[in-house]
Design a protein around this ligand. Structure first.
Ligand SMILES: *Cc1c(COP(=O)(O)O)cnc(C)c1O
Length: 259
């Protein structure tokens, strides 16, 4: 490879264009510093918090760069995009753990259990049943799942609704979803996940999620994980006990608007 030199009297080479890997490395260093600082501020051990790089809309090549930079946990929110990307990354010989973080249709259960290590977004009894059936049939190991919690009681935006918050259909009651997961041998209930309601302060959302997580943990001791915090609010999430932060744009850049 040859660099272009200025034709001026000074023979200083132009800086080579920053390549994607360098760009990702810079952003990753920043995000890792933010997580470490948030852990220090909260008096928590850095090892308690897993960075999940949410690579939706970005190509498999970015996943390979991130894996090369030491990121082992990759998140996706649509099976149509995640399944071929996971296959491409596996074919390149890179081993990463795939996290499914988006709304999941029951008819995608079979596909998702084929590559996911942790499904963050189980929010219905029927979805839990479908995942359990698929996991029993197509996996050797049980599938780890988190129950997605609706923090404002509006199940239209995804999430199962905690008791006393609203009156959702039986399929979407948090206690029923947790029970369905815990009672399915091919699934393992590992904790909770939430996306803050749009108009809420992050502290309010993550404080409520921490309370829900604590109640669930009393009943199901395996439910230790809290998936919370995105690019804009990872510090607040770590302060309220997040074990998994899901970071997209701060790592990969701003996504083009959907649709
Ligand atoms: C896209 C997405 C993220 C990442 O969001 P950023 O704000 O880009 O960090 C996290 N969680 C879920 C469920 C997402 O869909």
């Amino acid at each position: 490879m040859t660099w272009t030199y200025r034709t001026s009297s000074r023979t200083v080479p132009d800086a080579p264009p920053p390549d994607r890997r360098t760009d990702l490395a810079t952003r990753l260093a920043r995000v890792r510093t933010r997580i470490a600082d948030a852990c220090a501020a909260a008096g928590r051990d850095r090892a308690e918090v897993t960075l999940v790089a949410v690579t939706k809309t970005y190509p498999a090549s970015d996943v390979l760069h991130l894996a090369g930079l030491g990121v082992r946990d990759i998140g996706e929110n649509r099976d149509q995009e995640a399944a071929p990307k996971a296959a491409e990354v596996a074919a390149a010989g890179s081993e990463v753990r795939w996290h499914f973080v988006g709304q999941l249709q029951r008819n995608k259960a079979r596909s998702v259990v084929g590559y996911a290590s942790l499904v963050h977004s189980v929010d219905g009894v029927r979805l839990a049943t479908a995942l359990g059936r698929a996991a029993a049939r197509y996996r050797e190991q049980p599938l780890d799942v988190l129950v997605q919690v609706s923090l404002d009681g509006d199940p239209a935006r995804g999430g199962a609704v905690p008791e006393g918050l609203a009156d959702p259909p039986p399929d979407r009651q948090l206690a029923a979803v947790a029970e369905a997961v815990a009672g399915t041998p091919a699934l393992r209930l590992r904790g909770v996940m939430a996306v803050p309601p749009l108009d809420w302060a992050p502290e309010r959302a993550f404080e409520r999620l921490a309370a829900v997580a604590s109640t669930l943990r009393d009943k199901y001791p395996t439910a230790q994980l809290i998936s919370a915090g995105m690019s804009a609010d990872l510090e607040q999430a770590v302060a309220f006990g997040a074990t998994h932060v899901r970071i997209g744009s701060a790592l990969l850049g701003n996504r083009p608007p959907l649709r």
